[in-house]
Design a protein around this ligand. Structure first.
Ligand code: GLU
Length: 486
């Protein structure tokens, strides 16, 4: 359909999909959906040594998990059945397009040896040339010389003839007018001597043949764009619009890496992040709606996304902010929905096995008192465990500080008082009252008693509110733990 917007995400499957990659995918996806266009995935696996099937799977599963559904690309039932959206399946196309340029005299075979090219570079370096590049030596070989070399089986690369325009410029959708002096470019190679096409060539051939109207990708590709524009011009093809997304840095202003808490997308899933949180946070890495609003569902993003609102300056990734979003989305779920996504993590950690009504009620109560201490799904495990298992060991520092003989004596007495309360009255207010009175009569600060009880009952120094914890743990269990403690 003419006039249709078509964008693509074109990952190289040489590693797992990370934050930067999925952010590029998301902005392409949103652009396509906002404009009722098509979102295409193209697997750039022409680097045979470094491309791996397992990374294709990782990339596709990551996109699927986050909800970036593609209209064209790898088969959704089997990501590794290589179809025409894999560059490895398009080698004949690249060859025939390179031949077109050769036949029309816009490209030529270069037989220069490695040694000659190295020598050339050395001379340019000595001369302190501003730019190094090929000198066009093979541009003017005669047809006879070429035939002779081919008959001698001499290896060759294919180079384009750089046009003589002084400048290559384009209007970037995000960065505005960008110009490159074309004398910084040379007759660059499009097909290597082993027959493999280079990235800049495959991208242009594919983007053209796939009808891509807008190329939206990371800023690290900006220096490739003039070469690609030259190729479009040589072919006399319509040039797509380009938009280069700002880089993503960590909190410290350095290029994003694992050090900043950034891991692969599926790793976030494993670690207990929700796709809604990832998606929302990704959208804000370089894009904003206004200076206030931060919370967006996928549907809202599709409605509100505008490429002109993408910033030119680098985005900053903060794991704390991502955790903040995750916490928010976890707590936005209904009680039932939240429990059902938490269950697998509890089961995996061996905290629960069967979900009886009793366990369910207890979990609802625990989740409520843990509140926004649950920032990632498995965080509940820590808070839930003491309710299902008595402590195997006690925090050493906690014991030393809060379970001294005099403190234990008071706690044991509190245990006796608890035992006398009717189960039905065993509520947080009552518990608090008893502890307060015991603190006053013993002269030991209530904070100390509370911390002592926390260590005794949970084994550690951190838990949800203690009165609530005691109530949910239940009178009999609390009394038992206090009585058994030596
Ligand atoms: N395959 C390239 C990459 O993974 C992307 C190429 C492009 O978007 O033009 O960086």
């Amino acid at each position: 359909m003419s006039g249709e917007i078509r964008v693509r995400f074109a990952p190289s499957p040489t590693g797992k999909l990370h934050i930067g990659g999925i952010r590029t995918a998301l902005f392409n996806y949103l652009f396509a959906r906002t404009k009722k266009g098509k979102f295409i995935i193209r697997i750039e696996d022409s680097d045979f040594e470094r491309s791996k099937d397992e990374f294709v799977i990782d990339i596709c599963e990551s996109l699927k998990w986050v909800g970036l559904d593609w209209d064209e690309g790898p088969l959704k039932e089997d990501y590794n059945t290589k179809n025409e959206y894999f560059q490895s399946q398009r080698l004949d196309t690249y060859k025939s397009k390179a031949d077109e340029l050769l036949n029309s005299g816009k490209a030529y075979r270069c037989f220069c040896s490695h040694d000659r090219l190295k020598e050339l570079k050395d001379i340019q370096r000595q001369r302190k040339d501003a730019v190094f590049g090929y000198d066009g030596f093979c541009r003017n070989l005669t047809p006879q010389e070429i035939t002779e070399k081919l008959n001698n089986n001499e290896k060759f690369t294919i180079r384009i003839k750089r046009p003589d325009t002084p400048e290559i410029s384009f209007c970037d959708l995000i960065r505005g007018e960008i110009s490159f002096r074309s004398d910084t470019l040379d007759d660059f190679i499009i097909i290597r001597s082993d027959g493999r096409p280079v990235y800049n060539f495959t991208v242009v051939v594919d983007d053209y043949l796939m009808g891509i109207t807008h190329v939206i990708r990371g800023e690290d590709h900006i220096s490739n764009t003039p070469k690609q524009i030259i190729l479009y011009k040589l072919f006399d093809w319509r040039i797509p619009e380009f938009g280069h997304l700002p880089l993503i840095f960590g909190d410290d202003g350095k290029r994003l890496s694992k050090r900043h808490g950034a891991v692969s997308i599926l790793e976030y899933k494993k670690e207990g992040f929700l796709r809604e949180a990832i998606l929302n946070y990704l959208a804000l890495l370089g894009w904003s709606y206004d200076s206030e609003r931060e919370i967006f569902s996928k549907e809202e993003l599709i409605e509100l996304f505008e490429i002109s609102k993408i910033s030119k300056t680098a985005a900053r990734f903060s794991i704390d902010k991502l955790l903040w979003f995750n916490c928010l989305y976890i707590h936005e779920l209904s009680r039932e929905a939240r429990l059902s996504i938490l269950i697998p993590f509890l089961k995996d950690a061996g905290i629960i096995s069967e979900l009886t009504d009793h366990v369910k009620e207890k979990l609802f109560a625990i989740i409520e008192i843990a509140g926004d201490r649950i920032k990632k799904l498995p965080d509940l495990n820590f808070y839930a465990k003491p309710f299902f298992f008595k402590p195997e060991e006690f925090n050493e520092k906690g014991v030393r500080k809060f379970l001294k003989a005099e403190n234990i004596q008071v706690i044991k007495h509190i245990g006796k008082l608890f035992k006398e309360i009717d189960e039905i009255d065993f509520k947080r207010e009552k518990i608090e009252e008893i502890i307060k009175i015991e603190s006053e009569t013993s002269g030991i600060k209530s904070g100390k008693i509370i911390q002592g009880l926390r260590v005794l009952l949970t084994g550690g120094m951190i838990s949800a509110g203690l009165f609530e914890t005691i109530e949910i743990m239940g009178r009999d269990e609390v009394v038992r733990r206090i009585e058994m403690f030596q």
